[in-house]
Design a protein around this ligand. Sequence first.
Ligand code: NAD
Ligand code: LMR
Length: 332
Amino acid sequence: MAKEPVRVLVTGAAGQIGYALVPMIARGVMLGPDQPVILHMLDIPPAAEALNGVKMELVDAAFPLLKGVVATTDVVEACTGVSIAVMVGGFPRKEGMERKDVMSKNVAIYKSQASALESYAAANCKVLVVANPANTNALILKEFAPSISVKNITCLTRLDHNRALGQVSERLNVPVSDVKNVIIWGNHSSTQYPDVNHATVKTPAGEKSVRELVANDEWLHGEFITTVQQRGAAIIKARKLSSALSAASSACDHIRDWVLGTPEGTWVSMGVYSDGSYNVPAGLIYSFPVTCCNGIWTIVQGLPIDDLSRKKLDLTAEELTEEKALAYSCLS
Ligand code: NAD
Ligand code: LMR
C-alpha cells in the first residue's frame, strides 16, 4: 500500500541551499524512494517572487513522489502539519556588522519560528537547523519551543563529517564509502574537532584503522584538521558563495539516517543537546558521534579520549558556551 505523504518544511527555500535541497527531497533522497512528500517552503517577502519561481520549477520537474507544494511567506502556514523541519533561513553577516548584531537578528528569527513550530507542526516533528550559527540557533529554537522534545532538535555537522570522510578518502586513495566513523565534536565553526582516532577503512583484509593506514601523525594532527575546519571558508573563497550542494546533500544524509537508522557498526555526527556525555557541559547543542534507530539518536558512549583530543573537545565547548551567553544577552 502506498505510504501517506510526509510534510517537510524548508525555510530559506528561495536561497542557494534551498534551491539544491528541495529537488533532493522531492526525489526521495531524504526520506527514501517510496516515501511521498509535500514540500512546505518558507521565505521572507522580498524573496516571495523567487520562491514562487522555485515552486514553478518543482511543478515542471514532475517528481513522482511530490504530492504538493506550499510556497509561502507566512510562518504559520509554513509550519502547519510538518513532520520534518529543515531550518535554512537566516540573516547573513553583512559588511560592518558585529558578531552580536548577526546573533541578535538570528536569535529573533529562531525565537519566533520556534513558537510557530511548537504550535503548528505535527507532534514529534524532527527539526534540523542548518543556518549559522547552527548550534546556537538550534539552542534558541529549543528554548522557545519547550513542548518539542530536546531529542527532536538538532543542528547540521554532517557536512563537516562528510568533509572529513572525503579528506581521508583522498589521502588514502580509497572510495569514500569504505571510510567510516570519523567524528566531528562541538561547534559547526572553525573550533570544531574532526577526530579520526576511531575511524576505519574497509580493506580486503578487513577493517583497518585510519591512523594506522595514514601513518603520518603530522598530517592527521595538522593539515587534515585545519582543512576540515576551514573548508567552509575555502568554498566561499572559491565560489564567492557558501557551500550549497554539499550542505543540501548532507542535510538529506542527516535526516535520512535519523529517520531510517544508521547502518550496523557505523556512527555519524549530529549536533544534539548535550547531556554531559564526555564531560561536555550539559545544555549546549554540541556535535557528538551518534547512532540512530527507530527515529531516535543515541550518543555513542565509552570512546577513549586522549589528552590532545580532550583539549580540543573543551575548546569548542568553550566557544559554544560563549555563543550561548551572547545569544541570551540578545534576548534581554
Ligand atoms: P542564502 O542567503 O542563499 O539563503 C538564505 C535564505 O533565507 C534567503 O532566501 C533569505 O531570504 C531567507 N531568509 C532570511 N530570513 C528568513 C526568515 N526569517 N525566514 C525564512 N527565510 C529567511 O543562504 P544559503 O547559502 O542558502 O545558506 C543558508 C544558511 O546556511 C546560512 O546561514 C549559511 O551560513 C548556512 N550554512 C550552514 C552550513 C552547515 O553545515 N551547518 C553549511 C552551509 C551553509
Ligand atoms: C560551511 O560550512 O560551508 C558554511 O557554514 C560556511 C558559512 O559560513 O556559511
